[in-house]
Each structure stands twice: as C-alpha cells, then as structure tokens.
Design a protein around this ligand. Structure first.
Ligand code: PMP
Length: 397
C-alpha cells in the first residue's frame, strides 16, 4: 500500500537545525532557526508566563473543550493589542477573532477561508517571504503571485517594484504584508510608505492580509502596529494573523489568532461563521493553555507591565547585537559593507552572504545560516561574535 510513497525533502530551516544539533563542534553557532536567544544562548520561559501559569494551575477547574473559535476574552484581548481599545474597528464590533494554534494555524485558517469564499482571487506574496507562506497557501488551494520587495543593490526595500507589481493585482486579490519585522529581510516600509500602500489597497479594492508574528520586536507594541492601523481605515476590510510564539516565547504552546475586519457588524458575524466552519473540519477547536497564559498576562496590570519590560529587554538586546555585529565587522577589516544590518528590524536580516559562502561557513566553521543568507540576529552574542566575524572574513576575502 505505501510502496509508492516517496520521501519528502526535509524542511529547509528545521532540517538545518537538526544538522546543528548533530554537529559535535563545541564552538558551533546557530543563526538559522527563528527563535529568540538570550545572552547565554538560551530561550527561557518569560517570568510573566511562569507567574500566569502558577495562577492558572491554582484556578483551572476543567479540561472540557473550548468553543470552536476559542476563548472569548483572549480573542477580545488580541483585538485590543492590535488596534488599542478605542479604535473604531473595536468599538463598532466589525472585527471578529478566532483563537488558532500559532500564527501558522491562523495563516492556514485564513487560506482555507480565502479558498472557500474568494474563488478566483490570487494571493500576493513578497519576494522573498517566509518559506512556509507558499506551502500553507498552496496546500489551501489559493493561487499565488509575487511582488518585488528586496533591493539587492541597496539592501533596502524595492518600493517602486512593490507598487508596480501590486498595481497589476485584480480587484478582490489578497495581498500578504508582514506587519513588522519582515521575515526574512528585516526591512519594513516607512510610515509614509505604509500610507501609500494603504492608498493603493483602497483604490484597487484589494484584501490585505497582515502576518503579524513579531509585534513588539521592532520598535514597540503600538509602533509596530502602525502599518496595520494605517490600513484599517474607515470601512476597510482586512485579515490579520497574530502569533505569540516570539513576543511571549510561547513557541511550543502554539498560540495565535486570526482577526477579520469586516465592513460592518452583520458581515463580521457571517465571516466568523465561515471561519468556524473551516476550523471545525481542520482541528475542531483550539488548545487552551497558551491562550489562557496570554489572556492572563494581557488582562492583569502587573503581569502586563512585567511582560512589556521583558519584551523590551528582548528587543533592546537584538538592537544592541545589531550594533555590536556591525562594529565588530568593520573593526576586523572586512571589505563588504554590513552597516545596513543596523537599519533592519526584528530578529532577522539578509546578510548578503551567498549560498557558497553559507556552505563554507557551515563546513569549515560550524556556523549555521539559512541558504538565502538570512541570519537570526538573536543567535549572535558577546561570546560568539568574534568567531562569527572571523568566519565571515574568511569566506568573503
Ligand atoms: N509568520 C512569520 C513571518 C513567521 O516568521 C512565523 C514564525 N517563524 C510565523 C508566521 C508562524 O508563527 P508560529 O510559530 O506561531 O506558527
């Protein structure tokens, strides 16, 4: 029966992580997978999460199923985090949220919802984008198109290329935008550019889908939501996929949400019913624990303050490392310019290293970087930065 089944290739990023684990070198460096690392190279549980878990353990009274769309107060806390409590989208009840297993779960529910309710619509992805985006939307049966994003010559945004591609989109097409901290490039539009993108979306009647996996990792919780809030103009419809894997460090608890902003409350109710239909046939209803933790932290003043401090610490560490890396690179006399790394946001940067250099770093120095040259900046530390620079000098000279 199974003889005809062929072995699928391993996931490019997670496969690299496995190779790292098996590498016996005591000096190995992992800049591949998208997980925050602290100064010691660990990914510990946040203190606010530990405290919320303590409270939940004491108060939990049942393991009965959640509703299909998850915890109502979690969903409401997610909307407030996205828009603030006073935003018209929130106060007019034209936004609905479903709790999902991680940001990936939110993207897949969005994909199935689009395939079922927007037949004929294409989904536009930035070139490049997170490699799982095409997997998810192809599996959901949504046709894909791409728009330019990265300008290799400037290591910045190819804004003209992006606009001219999106001008070719048809009415009702879906445009996936990274809400902040673009993965893999670390390059985000400026506030003025967000305004232009929002104008174009409105003018061409496109449906924006914001993938928001790094809120708080760029400049701050509300600063990072400014692009999304620019798009959420009066009457504008949109989809938002939230993930709390990074900003709460809840990677293995699978906590996310899909929010749909409809033109009015009646449409929002219909959209919610369709999203619930998708969920019922996928995983029936979401797991409780991670969402209960996020809800507890977001709705308790002292835990929320603790979280914002811990999040700021992670953000500041990454920004400090960007500076340290750029300083060290220039101090060790490498010709290639890496100063753009300091202008980029979030955990990732496109280093500009090519496949051959990446392969050489791995085979000769046990330094693991994704083939595209994307580096997880959080994987760099005071302890490994000199060795990393030494490696980069070796492969670039
Ligand atoms: N979108 C982007 C851009 C991501 O980088 C990630 C995580 N790497 C996700 C979505 C998915 O997040 P989660 O782990 O919560 O499924």
């Amino acid at each position: 029966m199974f003889q005809h089944v062929e072995t699928a290739p391993p996931d490019a990023i997670l496969g690299l992580n496995e190779a790292f684990r098996n590498d016996p070198s005591p000096e190995k460096i992992n800049l591949s997978v998208g997980v925050y690392k602290d100064e010691k190279g660990g990914t510990p549980v946040l203190k606010c999460v530990k405290e919320a878990e303590k409270r939940l353990l004491e108060t939990e009274s049942t393991k009965s199923y959640l509703p299909i769309d998850g915890r109502a107060s979690y969903n409401s806390a997610v909307r407030s985090l996205l828009f603030g409590t006073e935003h018209e989208v929130v106060t007019t009840n034209r936004a609905v949220t479903v709790q999902t297993p991680g940001g990936t779960g939110a993207l897949r529910v969005a994909g199935d919802f689009i395939a079922a309710n927007f037949p004929g619509a294409s989904l536009w992805l930035s070139q490049p984008t997170w490699p799982n985006h095409p997997n998810i939307f192809t599996a959901a049966g949504v046709p894909l198109k791409t728009y330019a994003y990265f300008n290799k010559a400037t290591n910045g945004l190819d804004f003209d290329g992006m606009l001219s591609a999106l001008k070719g989109a048809d009415k009702g097409d879906v445009v996936l935008l990274h809400g902040c901290c673009h993965n893999p490039t670390g390059i985000d539009p400026t506030p003025q550019q967000w305004k232009t993108i929002a104008d174009l979306i409105q003018e061409k009647e496109l449906l924006p889908l914001l993938d928001f996996a790094y809120q708080g990792f760029g400049e701050g919780l509300s600063e990072d939501a400014s692009g999304l809030r620019e798009i959420a103009r009066s009457g504008q419809e949109m989809l938002i996929c939230s993930s709390f894997s990074k900003n709460f460090g809840l990677y293995n608890e699978r906590v996310g949400a899909l929010t749909a902003v409809a033109p009015g409350q009646a449409e929002a109710i219909a959209v919610l019913s369709q999203m619930k239909k998708v969920i019922r046939s996928n995983y029936s209803n979401p797991p409780t624990h991670g969402a209960a933790v996020v809800e507890t932290v977001l709705t308790d003043d002292s835990l929320r303050t603790m979280w914002e401090e811990e999040l700021a610490h992670m953000r500041n560490r990454i920004n400090g490392i960007r500076k340290l890396f750029v300083d060290k690179i220039s101090a060790c006399g490498i010709d290639q310019d890496f100063s753009f790394i300091q202008q980029q946001n979030g955990m990732f940067s496109f280093s500009g290293l090519n496949q051959m250099q990446v392969d050489q770093l791995r085979s000769e120095m046990s330094i693991y970087i994704v083939g595209s040259g994307r580096i997880n900046v959080a994987g760099i530390s005071e302890a490994n930065v000199d060795r990393l620079c030494e490696g980069i000098k070796k492969v670039t000279s």
